[in-house]
Design a protein around this ligand. Structure first.
Ligand SMILES: *[C@@H]1O[C@H](CO)[C@@H](O)[C@H](O)[C@H]1NC(C)=O
Length: 145
């Protein structure tokens, strides 16, 4: 479902290596700026695909859990636990592969007004909720409690 979220998220997190993602709205906005690749003020399905391709190390058009976690562990090892949780969210059918349908589902979750593009506000609302949902993972490093 929201699988690309993680991929997208850790692009920011390469630059935000500490686990402190607060204030969430500011973190979300900086992620938006990084992922709006053509800087037109909207995040689109094309940009999902471009981001997604970064993790697809064997270029088969799908992102396996192994590919995904390898990418995370290489770039942001501190986000290992959070990234596992996000992958479970994205992989709606739990087949350990993120495919085109997962892609679309994820995009649709953020595109709340269904105009086929995600504004900064839609992005922020989605990501602030994700950060809150997984607070126990990223605030305490190792899943804890
Ligand atoms: C983030 O939220 C705080 C508290 O609601 C607000 O004061 C601040 O202006 C917001 N920042 C951005 C970039 O939206």
């Amino acid at each position: 479902m929201q699988y690309l979220a993680a991929i997208i998220a850790f692009i920011c997190w390469q630059g935000c290596l500490g686990l402190n993602l607060r204030p969430y709205n500011v973190t979300a906005l900086s992620m938006f700026v990084n992922n709006d690749l053509n800087h037109d003020g909207y995040f689109t399905l094309d940009e999902v695909h471009l981001t997604f391709a970064l993790c697809d190390s064997n270029h088969d058009g799908r992102v396996s859990r192994h590919e995904y976690m390898s990418y995370v562990d290489l770039h942001t090892p501190t986000l290992h636990d959070l990234s596992h949780a996000l992958y479970d969210d994205y992989d709606v059918d739990h087949d350990n592969h993120l495919d085109e349908h997962d892609f679309q589902n994820f995009f649709n979750l953020m595109d709340t007004d269904k105009d086929h593009r995600v504004s900064a506000l839609e992005w922020e609302q989605y990501w602030v909720n994700q950060f809150i949902k997984y607070e126990h993972l990223h605030l305490h490093g190792h899943g804890g409690r």
